[in-house]
Design a protein around this ligand. Sequence first.
Ligand code: ZN
Length: 462
Amino acid sequence: MQIERGQARRRGHMRSRMLAVLTVVALALLAFALWRVGPAPHIEIEPGLPGIGPRTPLTVRLSEPSRGLGDYRIELVQGERTFDLVEESFRPRPFWAFWGPRELSSQVQLAVGRDSLADLQEGTATIRVVASRAGTWLRRPDPAIAELELPVRLSPPSVQLLSQAVHVRQGGSGLVVYRVGKSSVRDGVQAGDWWFPSFVLPGGAEGARYCLFAAPYDDPNGSGIQLVAHDEVGNEARLSFISTYTSRPPRQATIQLNESFMARVVPEILARSPEVEEQESLLASYLVVNGKLRRINAEALVELSRSSRPEFLWTQPFRQLGNSQVMASFADQRTYMLDGEAVDHQDHLGFDLASYRRAPVEAANRGVVSLARYFGIYGNTVVLDHGGGLMSLYSHLSSIEVEEGQSVEAGQILGRTGQTGLAGGDHLHFSMMVHGLPVNPLEWWDATWVRNRITRQLAGGS
Ligand SMILES: [Zn+2]
């Protein structure tokens, strides 16, 4: 009896003690929850350009890893004016909850500038991000604010043409001399998808530039050829400068393919070109070589041209391979026939010159060897840099006698003709390129043209 009464008393004590503990815990939790505001969201503002111009990309990142993001807005402030850019609302987790959905982070990509804000003025502007903090019944904390001040530039660089008259032919080359304002960070000639960068004009006044450019062989009217200058925030000046443009439509040519030709050239090219793989048939492999590998090689030549020396390395006109006969000239649009069926179309963008087997191949002019190796459809190839974006290419060689980086004089032997790569017989495939775009070499072989269109233009600007 005694024992039972004692146990009941002890149980009663325990119950009230537990109740007290629970009350304290509940009160503590309530107090904690009522004071449990979210931390200030972390805000990052990252502009894609060093200032605001026509359309500057902007990335804003927000994160709040505790109760999650609430509302935020992004605005641009200039003087008294505020432009609203973006607003978004999330629901942070309630203060009393330790579970449930929440948005931990958000990334916004937008563009700010004159294109979307017509009233924007030159000067400076502030990008401001205001992000609310999760509150409680009792507490409404101030929002987190991040600001970034940026310069606002809205006028494009000045461009002043110094060349008197610029005449070009479709598939040909040209040189233009001009002067740009200090804010230009990238200027040159745009012709469709082609970009021809400029160089400082040797001996020219401040801001004087020269640009060797080409009229693409497949551009019949040249209306898209313009001088373009960009500043660092994306303002752009454009100027048409071509005085006359002579159309020269590419000619049509037909190439007869046959099994023995493909069987001779395809395995060699595949074995030495890791960029392409053997296909299920000889014709399919040939088409990959003639199409995909041709394109890869063309892109590599554009890339190579980016390393061209800023000044011309030559003074004399260019020379043609001695005692050679022209087998195919510049810009033939070729249709490839196999057993009476057209199986492919490609543009032939060089001169095919035949002399005799293993004839010595001379440098067309002074330059530096920028490539000397097996080069896809071109087989053993030498590319010379003549400066200013001008390069010459010698391909299908049986042997190469120069090394990359070596300087060569006009007439110096580069190697011997052959039929490596995509070649039907021993010949030299020769091409001249302006910033990687093949151009008609006839102009460069013509001393009068070089004097009038290149040398005089250069001299006229200084
Ligand atoms: Zn050729």
